[in-house]
Design a protein around this ligand. Structure first.
Ligand code: AMP
Length: 181
């Protein structure tokens, strides 16, 4: 039985297009590679549509994607809903003044950044990424969006590693995962 916030059938379809890669990028990590899902046109469209339907297009003004796999989803959601995209980038990539947030990953440490003028004050932001693990990355994105004047309206990920309890770090904001393993 597959489980996820858009129902068992969607969760089963997502699971059929996730490649498990043991010991990547470090020994002991089971990497969830979503390349097969991104490469499946009908399923990719269904995933994007499920994310929009879950939150409702009226619930957000802009879509933030977390580098790099979150960009794939964010651009498609933004196009379908006629919203703009805000890139949440790894350190050193954005050319103008930024807010920075350092955080711990399941497999290391990282820093994310957003342009200080990326958001109109009070704009509602849907945050998307491929995988939610410990929630450190999504938590850093929440911090950055808040500091840039936005309000996170919700999070969507394709796949959640439920045993790491990442969504608890994001409460009380709605967290939507199409597949929870
Ligand atoms: P975390 O900050 O622990 O929630 O990790 C989530 C971020 O790291 C996302 O941007 C994912 O792309 C990536 N990530 C963490 N763990 C995995 C995993 N087991 N498989 C694939 N991506 C992962």
């Amino acid at each position: 039985m597959f489980s996820g916030d858009s129902g068992p059938e969607v969760a089963r379809l997502v699971a059929s297009r996730v490649a498990d890669v043991p010991d990547f990028p470090k020994p002991g990590i089971l990497f969830k590679d979503l390349s097969p899902l991104f490469g499946d046109g009908p399923l990719f469209r269904a995933v994007v549509d499920e994310i929009i339907a879950y939150h409702g297009a009226g619930s957000f003004d802009v879509v933030a994607g977390i580098e790099a796999r979150g960009f794939v989803l964010a651009a498609a959601i933004a196009y379908a809903t006629e919203r703009g995209v805000v890139p949440i980038r790894k350190a050193g990539k954005l050319p103008r003044a930024v807010h920075s947030a350092a955080y711990d990953l399941e497999y290391g440490q990282a820093t994310l950044e957003v342009h200080t003028d990326a958001l109109v004050e009070g704009s509602r932001v849907l945050v998307v990424d491929d995988v939610l693990a410990t929630g450190g990355t999504a938590g850093a994105a929440l911090d950055l969006i808040t500091r840039a004047g936005g309000v996170v309206s919700g999070f969507s990920v394709v796949l959640e590693l439920g045993f790491l309890d990442g969504r608890e770090r994001l409460a009380p904001r709605p967290v939507h995962a199409l597949l929870t393993v």
